[in-house]
Ligand binder design. Sequence first.
Ligand SMILES: [Zn+2]
Length: 197
Amino acid sequence: MARMTQEERFMREAIRLAKKAAALKEVPIGCVIVHDGKIIGRGYNRRIIDKNVLAHAEIAAIRKACRVLGDWRLEDCTMYVTLEPCPMCAGAIVQARVPKVVIACMNPKAGCAGSVLDMFHEDGFNHQVETEVGLMGEVCSQMLKDFFKELREEGKRKKKEAKDREAGRHEETGAGMSGDHDPHDPVHESGYGDKTE
Ligand SMILES: [Zn+2]
């Protein structure tokens, strides 16, 4: 295997975190923040498990990085994230003055680094964010596709299971009814049932 670049190493760590999210059945998104060549903040999506819309990978990583640096500003930091940030995270990135974000793959439905909006290059804001897109992008978009495919399949499986259970209940009820018939029921023994026509 070819030697990994420093950037690939950081993105790989973000991918490792994204997989932790997937293991919890969360959409796999992971993020690291690097300062002086060292990771000072890590995060992964925990929205469902934390029951909190703020529990995005980037927000968690920003929180930790701020704690390490003892500052709300994350100057001289680079963020590596597996998916293009949403409006909330893009806003936090601008607010924290993060100078550069490396994004693996874009999110056409919600991304705010150029897809739906480009909050990183908005002249009206007093801070612009340098972006780099596509580092290990294939790996990350495949990871998301696999996750959603598995989710759909699980949904189908559960639907089928519920249907089977429902059918099973009907069968049981049916069996229960026939079980109610006393084998010594005189009507049945006499065979009247067969002659009603
Ligand atoms: Zn977000």
